[in-house]
Design a protein around this ligand. Structure first.
Ligand SMILES: C[S@@+](CC[C@H](N)C(=O)[O-])C[C@H]1O[C@@H](n2cnc3c(N)ncnc32)[C@H](O)[C@@H]1O
Length: 262
């Protein structure tokens, strides 16, 4: 009788406490994890499992736009490695807070997946052709995200062919990069991207390297190797450490020692 009374009074004091307690016990019993509050439905998996206290991709991208807004920066969004549009959709969603109608999206991918892997890029998880989303499908995803066709440009093809000095000069005549999301997995691809973006960097361009800690975090592979070589070859450019995201990514801010723009 006493326990029934106390149960009733505790229910009155804290409605749903019983249900909440049962759900918590069930979650603990079956190792269910608390759903991550900032994971859009199209981005599940490791993004949803990220421990709290660590940014996931979506939060990294949002932070990048907050950084731009806080520093009164202008500039476009560049993505190298678009696949199924997961990060692109995050960027479309988050840029709208401060930069709706004010930012162009430049999207670079082969739409045939990864190129053939060089010996230095051999990886237990990846092979040539992985992560292939046909261009039409990608366009459908972007347009369903609400970005009008005049607000984005797709540059289709393998970087060895598309990332030319002439295109970089053309872009630099029009714009600067506010955020650059580099998610092309491989050393060879990242190397081509870094050389390409030099003319469009400005003070504070946010560079997000999605695969910084791939290849077991080795400094002599993948994005880390490409970054080290790039910075050695460009002593006028510094990457200021910014934020880590997920188990895999790290972001930097471009500092142009010779002044640059901005
Ligand atoms: C992991 S996926 C990108 C994932 C994407 N950011 C997302 O969140 O949905 C890697 C992408 O990089 C592209 N890629 C890698 N190296 C490339 C190269 N050399 N030229 C063109 N595309 C490349 C692949 O086609 C693939 O779409």
């Amino acid at each position: 009788m006493y326990s029934l009374k106390s149960l009733l009074s505790s229910l009155l004091r804290r409605p749903f406490a019983l249900e909440r307690g049962m759900l918590q016990r069930l979650a603990a019993r079956y190792s269910l994890r608390r759903p991550y509050p900032d994971v859009p439905p199209y981005a599940a998996g490791e993004d949803a499992r990220m421990p709290s206290g660590r940014l996931n991709r979506s939060e990294m991208i949002r932070l990048a736009f907050e950084f731009m807004a806080g520093n009164v920066m202008t500039g476009d969004y560049f993505e190298f490695g678009c696949w199924g549009g997961r990060t692109c959709r995050m960027a479309i969603e988050h840029h709208a807070i401060h930069f709706n109608q004010k930012m162009h999206f430049w999207l670079f991918d082969s739409f045939q997946g990864l190129p053939a892997l060089s010996p230095l890029d051999r990886h237990p998880k990846w092979k040539g052709g992985d992560y292939c989303t046909p261009r039409k499908e990608f366009e459908r995803i972007v347009s369903e995200s609400g970005l009008p066709p005049d607000r984005y440009t797709i540059v289709e093809g393998f970087y060895q062919d598309t990332l030319t000095a002439a295109l970089a000069r053309d872009l630099a005549a029009k714009t600067r990069a506010g955020v650059i999301y580099i998610d092309c997995d491989l050393y060879e691809s990242t190397r081509a991207v870094l050389e390409f973006i030099v003319p469009i960097l400005q003070q504070g361009t946010v560079l997000c390297f999605d695969d910084y800690y791939c290849f077991n975090g080795r400094p002599d592979r993948g994005e880390q190797l490409a970054i080290r070589e790039f910075l050695n070859a460009h002593p006028d450019i510094e990457f200021v450490e910014y934020a880590h995201f997920g188990w895999h990514g790290k972001s930097f801010l471009a500092h142009l020692r010779n002044g640059g723009q901005g």
